[in-house]
Design a protein around this ligand. Structure first.
Ligand code: AMP
Length: 211
């Protein structure tokens, strides 16, 4: 099964993707993580996208689709995969279909803007494996260290309040139209805010029939 996690930045997509990956064994395809890895590696792609990401702008549809295509070549997605942060535009959604990646469910993480801003402002991210934490809501076991891979946690450059506001704007302008896109295809499932990460995971698992 192929699911895509849709929602504004800070709605918990990456956190749930990591939990679902552990529970279901499906690989995560996160274009954000792939792009950050390219920036860290100072590759040609990394140099090209660094400033765009730091300012909260989207990279081109072509780049996002190429990253997904390359990742699919690893051939470990036969049982399922979790798309996190892609597609982000209608062009990308169509592009995924054209490359044969048919989405079974689009899960919309529905969270109020104020909650998003407070979550992002306290977020620490592992640039090695993509694990995300929150200083108070979801701290790592050991301060500053990723639970999953032991690498040092960092604050993402695009998690500054000014950039967060821009990322929310971009989400509304370019990405939110995917709600309608997947709804029309009967694939949209709304995941409301719950009190705990575990409740959200259980909700997701029951919505996609994986429980
Ligand atoms: P994320 O980790 O999903 O929040 O993505 C971080 C940043 O990477 C975004 O703000 C964009 O600059 C870029 N990015 C990630 N995924 C995409 C995508 N599918 N299309 C365009 N830009 C993306």
């Amino acid at each position: 099964m192929r699911i895509t996690l849709l929602g504004a930045p800070g709605t918990g997509k990456g956190t749930q993707a990591a939990i679902l990956n552990k529970r279901l064994g499906w690989p995560i395809i996160s274009t954000g993580n792939l792009l950050r890895a390219a920036v860290e590696a100072k590759s040609e792609l990394g140099m090209e996208v660094k400033d765009l990401i730091a300012h909260g702008e989207l990279v081109s549809d072509q780049i996002a689709l190429d990253l997904v295509r390359e990742r699919l070549e690893q051939n470990d997605c036969h049982d399922g995969c979790i798309l996190d942060g892609v597609p982000r535009t209608i062009v990308q959604a169509d592009g995924l279909e054209e490359m044969g990646l048919h989405i079974d469910y689009c899960l919309l993480f529905d969270v109020a803007d104020q909650v998003i801003i407070s979550r992002l402002a306290g977020r620490h991210t592992c640039l090695a494996c993509g694990g995300t934490y929150h200083l108070t809501n979801n701290p790592p076991r050991e301060k500053g260290i990723c639970d999953y891979c032991g690498a040092a946690l960092r604050v993402r450059p695009d998690d500054q309040v000014k950039t967060i506001t821009r990322r929310l704007e971009i989400y509304r302008e370019r990405t939110a139209c995917l709600i309608d896109y997947y709804d029309k295809r009967g694939l949209l499932r709304v995941i409301p805010t719950t009190d705990t990460l575990e409740e959200t995971t259980e909700l997701v698992l029951s919505v996609i029939g994986a429980k």
